[in-house]
Write a protein that binds this ligand. Structure first.
Ligand code: TXA
Ligand code: MG
Length: 323
């Protein structure tokens, strides 16, 4: 994929590419997406090919206006609809009953489709000019660290056809929160860029945890995912140097640590800042000449729930390979 600055003219070129069935990586407020025409099954299939993603992992359709929702989905129940109205554009994805013409490859054959309206001017313009919902997973190779800059995308997907619109760094930094309605309640399918507490407050009810086995076999939900090449060890606190390891601190460390292989998610302990830095820091540590990565746990509240979800999955890979 080739890098293009996200100028008005290049977004227009990118939209033409989408309309012709091509691939465009584009910035959103969460992570970069790898987009294709979400109503064109062949175009959507090329996303799976480029990412080396298994077909059983359904994609999110991205829209730029509220009325586009009704082109692809049945009217959601009122609770889900008012959450979408409150948090869109933004890092919330809703899973709702799909309309017939949404291709099976997008939904992995499910009767439901995941939909989100991103809060990013480049993403919105691209969707608008493409005149179709964009199917877009995170623009990384399957299972590896999600991209929060155009450079992260080009390092992982340079062999694929298509273009990358460079719109700078993603300011939220972790993927959207995914919810679905479940009978009388709402289920949390993936913690992410909108804190669960904010959704619960708006909905006036507690979110239900997704039951084991109730989910499609989506790799975002696999125990290992978002994984660096280097093994990741999750610890409460790093209190001294660990030779040959990259150190990922939550806050400013209390001891003098090795410059070059120590990174801090947020010196002041802000979870928002930590989320924005998480994947970029993992990318950087993974590219260093070190044997492993030690990462500190962060508080599991607010955006911390999504950060801990990513860190936990990143740390599972090694254990799985060992067994
Ligand atoms: O912030 C984000 O959501 C980013 C940006 C690009 O929008 N996208 C993203 O896509 O994270 P992806 O493909 O990496 O993760 C989408 C996840 C899938 O792993 C799957 O778990 C879930 O969405 N999903 C999609 N369709 C679903 C459905 N019908 N039912 C349940 N889960 C679904
Ligand atoms: Mg992903």
């Amino acid at each position: 994929m080739e890098l293009y600055a996200a100028t008005e003219k290049n977004i227009q070129i990118a939209a033409e590419l989408i309309r012709g069935g091509g691939l465009v990586a584009f910035p959103t407020e969460t992570v970069y997406g790898l987009g294709a025409d979400g109503l064109n099954a062949t175009a959507a299939a090329s996303i799976f090919e480029a990412k080396k993603r298994p077909f059983f992992d359904p994609l999110i359709l991205h829209i730029a206006r509220m009325d586009s929702l009704y082109d692809i989905a049945e009217t959601p129940d009122s609770r889900i609809l008012s959450l979408a109205e409150k948090f869109w554009p933004g890092p919330l994805t809703i899973v709702v009953k799909k309309k017939q013409h949404v291709p099976d490859i997008v939904t992995s054959g499910l009767e439901t489709v995941a939909i989100r309206m991103p809060d990013h001017p480049v993403a919105q313009k691209l969707i608008e000019l493409s005149r179709t919902p964009l199917a877009a997973p995170s623009a990384n190779r399957f299972g590896s660290i999600s991209p929060t800059s155009a450079l992260h995308v080009s390092r992982q997907l340079h062999d694929s056809a298509g273009i990358i619109l460079d719109g700078g760094e993603c300011h939220v930094g972790i993927e959207s929160t995914i919810i679905a309605s479940s009978g009388s309640g709402i289920t949390l399918l993936r913690p992410g860029g909108i804190p669960v507490e904010a959704i619960e407050e708006a909905a006036g009810i507690k979110l239900q945890a997704a039951e084991q086995g109730s989910m499609p076999n989506a790799p975002g939900q696999l125990p290992y995912h978002y994984s660096p090449e280097k093994p990741v060890h999750l610890v409460d606190r790093i209190t001294e140097d660990i030779p040959n390891a990259g150190l990922l601190f939550f806050r400013q460390p209390q001891f003098v640590c090795p410059a070059g292989r120590s990174l801090v998610l947020s010196p002041s302990g802000s979870l928002r800042e930590a989320a924005a830095n998480l994947f970029a820091h993992l990318h950087m540590l993974d590219s260093m000449d070190i044997d492993s990565i030690y990462a500190e746990r962060v508080p599991g509240t607010g955006l911390g729930l999504g950060i801990m979800d990513r860190l936990t999955r990143a740390s599972m890979k090694k254990q799985l390979i060992k067994t």
